[in-house]
Structures are given as structure tokens and as C-alpha cells.
Design a protein around this ligand. Sequence first.
Ligand code: PEP
Length: 259
Amino acid sequence: TFDRTPLIAGNWKMNMDHVQGITLLQKLAWTLEDAKHDFTRVEVAVFPPFTDLRGVQTLVAGDDLPVVYGGQDLSPHDSGAYTGDISGQFLAKLGCKYVLVGHSERRTIHGETDELLRTKVEAAYRHSLVPVLCVGEGLEVRTAGRHVEHTLEQLRADLESLPAGQVADLVVAYEPVWAIGTGEVAGPEDAQEMCAAIRAELATLYDAGTAASVRLLYGGSVKAANAASILAGRDVDGLLVGGASLDPAEFASIVRFEH
Ligand code: PEP
């Protein structure tokens, strides 16, 4: 049994054009419908590229799909001279519920700092989007045994100045960088250790009630074969899935981890 509704989220990254994205989502929805998946028991979210969002919105609304979706990033600004950027205002208007903030690929490839990510978290809340804040250590930090300290530092820096009331519906994804797209998955006890540490830190920063309501996901080479064991951790409330979310049958099996 879960203390919080589990969230299984698929990050499509820069894959699936707007035609492929629709086909993927349709297949996923059919598979879950056939299996009579109870979406109130396990929430399902997808994070398509920006250019797919309008199509996803049309399909979800038209077919009344119980799947929710979000953007993979957002600008800290609401509008203006920011060529190439997408604001939280636009995402909200397209029916997004969530937005990824601080995915490790944004931190490394685009040099996004905690100072910037803090303003992105604020921008998400300004437009009633729920941030899925990604944190996690690289291999060197893990090898040095500083992974918990490092991840909590990121958490504190990214949430600075946010009031408890706002943080209550937050989602935090623990994604050890060495496990993303590498086929190397953290052990269930590693995922649980970090999620427990994050929850304890939230209790210190805010209060026990807030900490108990925040959902904590694990991400990094999740597949149908390892989903259930990772989700057995009592502080692990869901999964952020990259590669395996591009295969509708595999992703549906992850969603149906209890079966
Ligand atoms: C991710 O992109 O968030 C991720 C965890 O990727 P993968 O599942 O492919 O490791």
C-alpha cells in the first residue's frame, strides 16, 4: 500500500515528432484501457517535446484520456525577448499539469545552475504547474560517498524561499546521473535511502505534514523488470522513465507494476 498516489512519468526527451508522439500516446492509452488500468490508483504522466504538446492536448481532450502531461523545461520569465524559450504561461494554456525542472541533461548540457532553477520552480508555481524537480549526483560524487549531501544541497538551493503551502504538491525526482540512460540502475535500497533523506530534509525545511505529502520519484534506467522492486521502498512514490517510456508496451508494464 502507498501513502501517496504513485506517479509513473515518461520523459520522451528529444524523441518522437508530433506524429510519432500521438501514435505512442494512443498505443499507451489502448494498452492501459485493455488492461483496465485504474488511473486513480496510479497516475500516468508523459513529458513530450514542446512541439508535441498541442497534439497531445487534442488527443487527451478528444478521447477523454486519463493521462496527464507536462513540458520538459520552462523559462523563468513569462513572456518577452527570450528567443527560443517557452514560458510556464504557454504550458498552462496547453493543459499541462506538470513541468520538469532541472533534469540532469539541462544541468549539464545547458549549464543550468541552482540559482536559475530556483526561478524556474517559482515560474512553474506562478502558472499553477506542478514542478517535477530533478536532483541527483554524478558518479564521482557517488564514489566519494557524498551523494546524500550533494543531492540535499541541490534540493535546498532549488527550493529556497518557497513557502510550505506551495511545496505540498511538489514532486521531486531523484535521478542519479550515472544511472540515466546507462542501463545501470540504482539498487532499490539506494533509491529508498535517498528518498528517505529527501523526505527528512523537507520535514526540516518545512514541516512533517508537508514532507509527507510531497511525492518522490526515482529515475535512471527503469524498466518493467526493475520497477516493482524500486517502488517497494516506502518513500519511493513513483518513477521517472526515459528510454523505456518510448515503448508503449514496456511503459504500460511499468505503470502496471503491481500486476
Ligand atoms: C530520464 O531521462 O529522466 C531517465 C531516467 O532516463 P532513462 O530512464 O533512459 O535512464
